[in-house]
Design a protein around this ligand. Sequence first.
Ligand SMILES: [Zn+2]
Length: 479
Amino acid sequence: MPAHYDLIIRNATIIDGRRTPRFAGDVGVSGERIAAIGRLDADRAEREIDASGKIVAPGFIDSHTHDDRYLRSHPAMTPKVSQGVTTVIAGNCGISLAPLVATNPPAPLDLIDDSTAYRFATFAEFMADLADNPAATNAACMVGHTTLRVAAMDRIDRVATASEAARMAEMTEEAMRAGAIGFSTGTYYPPAAHASTEEIITAARPLRAHGGRYVTHMRNEDDNIVAAMDEAFRIGREVGVPVIISHHKVVGVRNYGRSEETLKLLTEARRSQDVCVDCYPYIASSTMLRADRIPLSDRIIITWSKPHPEFTGVDLPEVARRMGVSQEEAVARLLPAGAIYFSMNEADVQRILKFEDTMVGSDGIPHDIKPHPRLWGTFPRVLGHYSRDIGLFPLETAVYKMTGLTAAKFGLRDRGVLEVGAFADLTVFDAATVNDGATFEKPTQPALGIDSVIVNGQPVWLAGQATQARPGRLLRNRG
Ligand SMILES: [Zn+2]
């Protein structure tokens, strides 16, 4: 008896997300799940995709995003879907949209705000809003420590009192009950820089009972990175949860090469606790504009400026020249603003990407006017540039770093692997042509070689074009 499926992807080369060597086969999908893998010659389906000469892999999971508001404002999620991403992890770097009711919150909360977006008094309300308004991709969310500080404290230029930290812990508990998958910090940024390690441990305490994880944009990624890593490991041990170090990098020319040291520390820590990192495949970073980054950077490009939008895309020395002031003074006049910083070493980026427990994460900033190209290019750049062209690791490893590893580290059940019974989140791509199209000059160009993208059994990208489908689910902790 021939079987009948909703979808068959035929003649594919399958990479399953577990680093298994690729194999030939067809994939049958019924409803939202994978129903069969193998030779399905006799079987039929409502829709068939011919993947001759192409790879079919689990849909990519973007382990590091700031898509909290973008999921609602741009539910097509084109920068992500066009790269083959089927799930995004939001709420990174201490920044989450909930629980906080505020207008014009302090930077970096404005990274995802349009000044009216912080309108959820509880995490449950935010989750309900996302669940009721599906996007093209799935989403899993974390609660941000900086958001909690702004919600719980009258002033954020000091450490929290015991009662304020206890209030943050109550909000973490509420977020975890509502389905948050973790708790993030951004102690690099001014609103959280005054937090003590003890404050963070108190606020993160509820994570353990709910199987959450501690995810951190550390206090320091340059000269004092080792102390910052030790703090992250300590918080993980004391709270009793896994640690994920965000966008791992070593910044500043005098620190070039120090990834040898940081990866050794990670390897040592891994023997006694669960630690891993995410990483984007570029030597430039992007975040709010700060004058203290000038000496650490080879080049700085402005990505947005509230008072001076005309300088979007312009290099900082050129802004200073046109203003007739120093670079430091130009920064002061541009704020609030964002920037791209060229401040990393290619050998470090490659060493970190190659590390056993490094997941791929874009850290894309979707509301920037002229964003860092990582927003549109991260995943195909790892597959094309780093795996195929440079040979940094096999394609199976590249896929694992954006699927199976990520699903395991974030506890996303039945995602990130291509197997019967798993959710049918799938990406079909051409291994010979896949690459990033986005550049620093033209950062919003779609990727090359991404053919079709399926989310929960429904195509959201077919033959290189977006569909109108919005099959994304909100993935809750234990959900
Ligand atoms: Zn960050």
